[in-house]
Design a protein around this ligand. Structure first.
Ligand code: ADP
Ligand code: ZN
Length: 284
């Protein structure tokens, strides 16, 4: 039995699936306190058998490098009760014979999109999520990038759109990309949540402007051949086209990967990218 757990800021998905990354059966429930959330996921799995391997795609920051002191722990998150939680230790106690593989939710998603999704067959891909936060996972030369911790695309400092004086909502940095363009930033800036804003609302030009600046930095540093933009806010009609138009303008004839009409794609796996990636991590 191959199992996957996608631990999200608001919801958790636990599933059993195939070695090809397909979901066989899944259960979604709200993420509450860590002990309770892990107990629900473990019990659901245990009722279905004994997993041989479990892939875990977790929100960050989280220690993802085996052997490091912080491996398997949720780190400095503003999410109440979660900072310092020993995620892998807790799962290892519940499933002592299972092989556990942990990565970030966005690294799992980029792995899934590059294996069976919108970037199938590509070795250099980035996956960006825009939801409650902003995050980015990077596959470079076929390898998932970690670094000293893992990339924190959402906390990039981006230039200010001229005449924008919105202070930003990031609890650490104020006006980083996440502070300016996440779901909560949109709600604070426009007084209505993203899913209630019509497609012709000026919010979407502001979004495209900031996201394209973030993606330009990514392009300048790791040069993905394609960027997938997912997460709740990415479901806004026409957003990918607006980001693509901005990208062509910002690339200014210089960055070849971005000079195609569609550099930025929606995820082919939709909201399933994270959990499919968890299975692929499990068998990796
Ligand atoms: P999380 O980051 O907690 O997993 P999601 O990725 O589901 O959450 O993103 C939640 C955000 O997505 C909210 O800010 C919500 O307003 C926004 N959202 C959900 N559906 C849409 C939509 N169709 N268009 C634009 N924004 C949306
Ligand atoms: Zn920040």
């Amino acid at each position: 039995m191959i199992a996957g757990i996608e631990l999200g800021g608001t919801k958790t998905v636990v599933a059993i699936g195939s070695a090809k990354g397909r979901v066989v059966e899944e259960y979604r429930f709200p993420t509450t306190l860590p002990e309770e959330t892990l107990a629900i996921a473990s019990q659901w799995l245990a009722e279905r058998g004994e997993p041989r391997c479990i892939g875990i795609a977790a929100f960050g920051p989280v220690g993802v490098t085996p052997g490091r002191e912080n491996y398997g722990q949720i780190l400095a998150t503003p999410k109440p009760g979660w900072a310092g939680f020993p995620l892998i230790k807790t799962l290892a106690a519940a499933f002592p014979s299972a092989k556990l593989t942990l990565d970030t939710d966005v690294n799992a998603a980029v792995l899934a999109e590059a294996t069976i999704g919108a970037a199938k067959g590509l070795d250099d891909v980035a996956y960006i999520t825009i939801g409650t936060g902003i995050g980015g996972g990077i596959l470079s030369g076929g390898r998932l990038i970690h670094g000293a911790l893992h990339p924190e695309f959402g906390h990039l400092k981006v230039p200010r759109r001229p005449s924008d004086d919105f202070p930003g909502v990031c609890s650490f940095h104020g006006d980083c990309l996440e502070g300016l363009a996440s779901g909560p930033a949109i709600a604070a800036r426009w007084g209505r949540p993203a899913h209630e804003l019509p497609a012709d609302h000026p919010a979407w030009d502001t979004q495209a402007w900031y996201l394209a600046h973030g993606i330009l930095s990514l392009l300048a540093i790791v040069s993905p051949s394609r960027v997938i933009v997912g997460g709740g806010v990415s479901q806004a009609a026409g957003l990918h086209a607006k980001i693509n138009a901005q990208m062509v303008e910002l690339a200014a004839g210089y960055f070849p990967p971005a000079l195609v009409p569609d550099y930025v794609y929606p995820p082919a796996l939709g909201q399933e990218a994270g959990i499919c990636g968890a299975f692929l991590l499990a068998i990796s």
